[in-house]
Design a protein around this ligand. Structure first.
Ligand SMILES: Nc1ncnc2c1ncn2[C@@H]1O[C@H](COP(=O)(O)OP(=O)(O)OP(=O)(O)O)[C@@H](O)[C@H]1O
Ligand SMILES: CC(C)(CO)[C@@H](O)C(=O)[O-]
Ligand code: BAL
Length: 282
């Protein structure tokens, strides 16, 4: 596996792949890898001749400095996982390498990016779209793979690719969960034992919402029902519960008759966890 810390290095590596007529799959991450990330790597491995993984904890998408400072990192462990998975190259730049000191350009987002998790974390998706656009331009991959755990992020990125005519195919990959149902996430390691045990309520609430979605309720009614379910867990400080149209993220004002996405965000101690899942009432 080639370790590339500069844009020129990763560009040279990908030029070699493309020069050999090989397709390139990209898996953007913020490191501290788990099997959720590795399922993206496996999808890229199956769909492309070469796999490039990026590891970059992007400061511009963190609204809370404490969240950025506390973000877990273990480069050596990440490299070993990627090497064992047969990844061809990892791009792991410094902040200075990624962001020119005099940068004056960012991606402007609106619509999907400003609602739900975008409202909870103002500026988050602008930061995500800017860094993902840069990674697409730097690496020049043919396909990129993102997790459905961050369902809204996946939709925002697909919308950006459409709107800016980016020559890259985006693939969503199902969420990987721990044995007790908690969605794998790098932030899980920051949970206290008590909060780790409590956090399973998120997946249980999603399963409850999936079951209840087919009984003719409106989106708002299902949101309230899920909130009541979450109240069973006192350690969960619920930030948001949203039931939206799975394709547009629009509110569902009438009875739920088409697939919806349930989007949850809750704090356990000082850790914000999200979990998002499509419920199909049909
Ligand atoms: N459990 C999971 N199943 C599938 N994909 C996942 C999972 N967790 C993360 N991903 C995907 O991996 C990519 C990188 O995400 P990231 O590095 O932020 O990991 P993370 O586990 O989501 O960390 P955190 O949410 O704490 O920032 C994203 O496309 C994300 O959707
Ligand atoms: C896509 C991403 C790697 C951009 O920093 C990040 O938002 C993430 O890890 O989901
Ligand atoms: N996958 C989520 C990235 C973030 O929390 O910034």
């Amino acid at each position: 596996m080639q370790v590339c810390r500069t844009k020129s290095d990763i560009r040279a590596a990908v030029a070699g792949y493309h020069g050999a007529g090989e397709s390139v799959g990209l898996v953007p991450t913020m490191g501290f890898l788990h099997d959720g990330h590795m399922t993206l790597v496996r999808a890229a491995r199956e769909g492309c001749d070469r796999v490039v993984v990026t590891i970059f904890v992007n400061p511009t998408q963190f609204g809370e400095a404490a969240d950025l400072d506390a973000y877990p990192r273990d480069e050596a462990r990440d490299f070993a996982l990627l090497e064992a998975a047969g990844v061809d190259a990892v791009f792991c730049p410094s902040v200075e390498e990624m962001y020119h000191a005099g940068a004056q350009t960012t991606v402007v987002t609106e619509g999907l990016a400003g609602m739900l998790m975008g409202a909870l974390r103002p500026g988050h998706y602008a930061g995500v779209c800017t860094v993902v656009s840069k990674l697409f331009n730097i690496v020049g991959a043919d396909r990129a793979f993102f997790g459905e755990k961050d369902y809204q992020q996946l939709l925002v990125i697909k919308t950006m690719v459409r709107d800016l005519d980016m020559p890259i195919e985006i693939t969503g990959v199902p969420t990987v969960r721990e044995a007790d149902g908690l969605a794998m996430s790098s932030r899980n390691v920051r949970l206290s034992p008590e909060d780790r045990a409590a956090a399973v309520i998120l997946n249980k609430a999603l399963a409850y919402g999936d079951y209840e979605a087919s009984d003719g309720r409106t989106g708002a009614e299902l949101e309230e029902s899920i909130r009541a379910f979450l109240a069973r867990e006192p350690r969960a400080v619920v930030e948001s519960v949203d039931v939206r149209d799975a394709a547009t993220l629009a509110e569902v004002t009438g009875p739920i008759e088409a697939p919806v996405v349930i989007l949850l965000a809750a704090r356990f101690g000082d850790v914000l966890l999200i979990d998002q899942r499509v419920a199909d009432p049909t």
